[in-house]
Design a protein. Structure first.
Ligand SMILES: [Zn+2]
Length: 97
């Protein structure tokens, strides 16, 4: 009887570990989606709650919610995709002049 219980316990532990691993991978994927350049290790000071400045509208947003853009090897942050796109547009205009 004890052996049966031990076996069940063993499977429960294995199952729990597998779930944990899946959750870690899911979290990592989510981070990569939010920060396309995060996976390259450009920003080694990443902190979800750290405030970063929007390079276009100059507001401050938590890094975890910011849209990042790798510009000339430097990570820039934006409060929204709209701000990021406007910033890129402004850069293009600057280059054309
Ligand atoms: Zn903005």
């Amino acid at each position: 009887m004890i052996r049966v219980i031990l076996r069940i316990l063993y499977y429960v532990v294995i199952f729990w570990i597998v779930i944990k691993i899946i959750l870690i991978f899911k979290k990592k994927k989510e981070d990569e989606r939010k920060h396309p350049f995060f996976k390259y290790g450009v920003d080694e000071h990443y902190q979800k709650d750290k405030l970063v400045k929007d390079n276009y509208c100059n507001t401050y947003i938590p890094q975890g919610k910011a849209i990042s853009l790798n510009y000339d090897g430097q990570l820039l942050y934006f409060c929204s995709e709209e701000c990021r796109d406007k910033f890129i547009e402004a850069l293009k205009r600057k280059h054309n002049n």
